[in-house]
Design a binder for this molecule. Sequence first.
Ligand code: ADP
Length: 261
Amino acid sequence: LPFSRHASAIAGPQPQHGVQQLSQSYNKQQLEEARDQFLMSVSHELRSPLTEIRGYINLVLEHGDQLDEATRSTFLQSASYGCDELELIIRNVLDMSQVEKEGKPIYIQELPLAATIAEICEHIYLQEHTLELSISPGLVVLADRQQLRQILRNLISNACKYSPAHTEVVICASLRKDNTVCVCVKDEGAGIEAADMPHLFQKFSRLKRDAASSVHGTGLGLYICKQFVEGMGGRIWVESEGIAGQGSRFCFTLRQPDVDR
Ligand code: ADP
């Protein structure tokens, strides 16, 4: 299998619905090993943005008076980017725990899609990619704003991590024939083979090519996206030809208010 999975590597396929089933089908030693592997992996993931943040802050602290304004600002922006990465990892871990233990509270409201996505993206700083929005005007969706934000942050972060620098990430959204709204995040990266697609949304799944590379990841982002999208009554999937450079499109649906009335 072209996958690397931290917890399930110990005892076969991952159960579909979280911790309770996990404790029923795994013995105590396997659970402890899975927990240790998970903690090691998350600590490792946290260390990398932390090192980056410390590096840039130290540069400014130690050489600030020799740096021109633009360079100092770039360094601080890079440190801030590291903080975003840290926050996303921590958020995903907390969300995983909450989704599985008690179910995450959800606050569904009517949101104007173009304005909401634009506002979310305004606070996402991309280091080496450009982000383009192409959202049909006038769309209104039923969604939890925080969860929509987390879904987009995960998908945009992946689009950047798994595609070459200086390529474009595009977010588009349009109405489908079944009256749901489809939001897609498209990149120009390595793409994904059809056989691998269903596995990516399982907890801790990473493509082996990425697990073996220097690209960091916990394998939690797409799992969280799936939980949130389905909690809001939608569906999530990926489209790709599996051809390097032609990239992937991660798409999810959201309901519209009118359809429910
Ligand atoms: P993480 O990125 O932290 O490893 P995710 O759950 O977000 O975890 O993604 C799971 C895996 O799916 C990634 O490790 C990577 O192998 C693959 N993947 C996700 N997004 C993309 C993408 N845009 N292009 C190619 N592969 C991707």
